[in-house]
Structures are given as structure tokens and as C-alpha cells.
Design a binder for this molecule. Structure first.
Ligand SMILES: C[S@@+](CC[C@H](N)C(=O)[O-])C[C@H]1O[C@@H](n2cnc3c(N)ncnc32)[C@H](O)[C@@H]1O
Length: 289
């Protein structure tokens, strides 16, 4: 991808989040939350997975960097920086930062947020400026050629003896494929039948018009180890082994959904490295020592 296309990609991503992703569709709920399972049956599992990020971050420090902060959309996110003097929210979307300010406040009104429009692949901060760094679901919006640079930048701004946490989906997951394969097959079959019955064209045209998403580019564990793991000390654990498609298809309140998720969480806690590499969302720890 040449540099003109890379700039275009970023403009498109920014526009998407400004105009669609960070528009509220309900009280405190953004359009982007359609990528999350907000049902009560999944709440405990989702909450526990969010808590995993905090386990690997220093509890206190001066500056905490949230690279690609969005609006700090979930309450658990606020906890990561409670012990810090300031949380620097950096994002290319101005709407994200305006919303983040509403949530965390700035220093003038007793909050501890600082807000910077910045590109995660070109962080405008000094070396070792942050005692804690998190970048959640953001690097995948960069052109592939900038992923390594983004990891190097997060590592560069991290203080000595501290850790950064990156969460980013893999391009594929053997665990998720086992379960999601039948869902995809069912969907394809339904479409084929509807098309044969002549009912499909209008419905699919309507759903295409409503489709809203933006540029995403993901890698696998092999790429991460060879392109980033050779340059810094990193560890791959699990953040969440399954995605929303799995949750919505297999987890139901009346069919032991909560119990099933407790077993899944137990598996993830028991085999964090395996579930991290083969599940859908790894939790990547960059350690500076
Ligand atoms: C999927 S959202 C995740 C937001 C938040 N970290 C979370 O987990 O809820 C991705 C965020 O990254 C931001 N973003 C995308 N590309 C970026 C870039 N090159 N530099 C900084 N932020 C970026 C988007 O504007 C958006 O707010």
C-alpha cells in the first residue's frame, strides 16, 4: 500500500468513527457497541475478560496512555488508570475524545483525563513517558505496513520496568472456527434458499445499505512473534477466546448460558497461553525490563 493509500485509509477510519461508530444509539451506548454482547447472560463473562487487562498494568504511576481510547466506552476501562495522576487519551477521532472527556473529565473539573488527537503509529510523546500503556482494538485499523511500527511506538513510550497491554483480534481462530463454521454454513444455506424462493434481492439490498464498518487488517500469532517478538519482550495470553457471533449463537439464558460461560472462563484461566494463541482475542503484554 503506498503512502497516499495509507493516508486515505486513516481518513476513512476517522470519518467512520466520527460520523458512525461513536454516535450514541441509546443512553451511553454507541453504534460501535454492536460489536459487543451486552445481554445480561453474558455480562459476568464480558466483565471478567475486561478485568484481565488491569491485572498486567501497574496500579499507579504518573501518566497512563490509552492509545486509541475511543470514548472509554465501558466502566471497567476507567479502572485501569484510577491510580494514575493523568490518563492520556489519544485517538484520531475527535468525537471519541469529546466523549472520553465527558466520561473521565479533565483536570479543570476534577477528572484526570488529557486528550490528544494522535496517530497510534506515530505517537507524539517522549521516550519512557508512561508508567502504563493500553491499546485496545485499535492497531487492527492501521495499514499492515504500520503494525510493527505501532508496537515499537507503544514500547518506546513505556517507562522502564513497566508493562503495556495490547488487545487486538487475530485474523482467524481455530477454537472459534469450530463453532462459528456451522453458523456461517447455516447463514449461507438460508440465503441460498431465500434467493431460490425469490425473496432475497430486496432484503439483501436493504441490509447492504445499512452495512457500516471500516478498514480492518489483522495478523496471526506467527506474525506477531516473528515481526514484534524478536524486537521486544512479549507474552501472549488470552483476553477472550470467542467473539460476539459465538456468544449470540450459543449462549442463551434458558439453556445454561451463564454456566457455559463460567466453564469457558475457567478454561481460559487454566490455559491462558493456548487460549490466547488459538482463541479469537489475545491479550499481548509488552514488558520493559
Ligand atoms: C474499535 S475502537 C476501540 C476503542 C477503545 N479502545 C475500546 O476498546 O473501546 C478503535 C478506536 O481506535 C481509533 N483509531 C483508529 N485508527 C487510529 C489511529 N491510527 N490512531 C489512533 N487512533 C485510531 C478509532 O478512532 C477508535 O476510537
Amino acid at each position: 500500500m503506498d503512502s497516499a493509500s495509507e493516508i486515505q485509509v486513516k481518513q476513512q477510519v476517522r470519518q467512520f468513527y466520527d460520523q458512525v461508530g461513536w454516535q450514541e444509539v441509546g443512553e451511553g451506548v454507541y453504534q460501535n457497541a454492536r460489536f459487543e454482547d451486552l445481554r445480561p447472560v453474558s455480562r459476568e463473562y464480558i466483565h471478567n475478560c475486561h478485568q484481565r487487562v488491569g491485572r498486567h498494568l501497574s496500579l499507579e504511576g504518573k501518566y497512563f496512555l490509552d492509545a486509541g481510547s475511543g470514548p472509554i466506552q465501558y466502566p471497567e476501562y476507567l479502572e485501569y488508570s484510577i491510580g494514575y495522576q493523568a490518563r492520556v487519551c489519544a485517538d484520531i477521532s475527535i468525537v471519541a475524545l469529546q466523549e472520553a472527556r465527558q466520561r473521565i473529565g479533565d483536570r479543570e473539573n476534577g477528572g484526570h483525563g488529557l486528550f490528544v488527537v494522535a496517530d497510534v503509529a506515530h505517537l507524539p510523546f517522549a521516550d519512557r513517558a508512561f508508567d502504563g500503556v493500553a491499546s485496545l482494538h485499535t492497531i487492527h485499523h492501521l495499514p499492515s505496513s504500520e503494525h510493527q511500527q505501532a508496537y515499537l511506538g507503544l514500547f518506546r513510550v513505556l517507562a522502564e520496568s513497566r508493562s503495556a497491554v495490547v488487545v487486538n483480534g487475530w485474523e482467524s481462530s481455530s477454537i472459534s472456527d469450530i463453532f462459528v463454521g456451522p453458523i456461517k454454513w447455516g447463514r449461507r444455506t438460508r440465503k441460498r434458499i431465500t434467493r431460490r424462493l425469490g425473496k432475497g434481492s430486496r432484503a439483501s439490498a436493504a441490509s447492504k445499505n445499512n452495512a457500516v464498518s471500516t478498514f480492518v487488517n489483522k495478523h496471526n500469532a506467527g506474525w506477531l512473534k516473528s515481526e514484534v517478538g524478536t524486537l521486544m519482550n512479549l507474552d501472549i495470553l488470552v483476553w477472550r477466546s470467542v467473539g460476539v457471533r459465538f456468544l449470540k449463537a450459543y449462549i442463551h439464558p434458558n439453556f445454561g448460558g451463564k454456566w457455559l460461560l463460567r466453564q469457558l472462563y475457567w478454561l481460559e484461566e487454566s490455559f491462558p497461553h493456548y487460549m490466547g494463541e488459538h482463541g479469537l482475542y489475545p491479550l499481548i503484554i509488552l514488558k520493559k525490563s
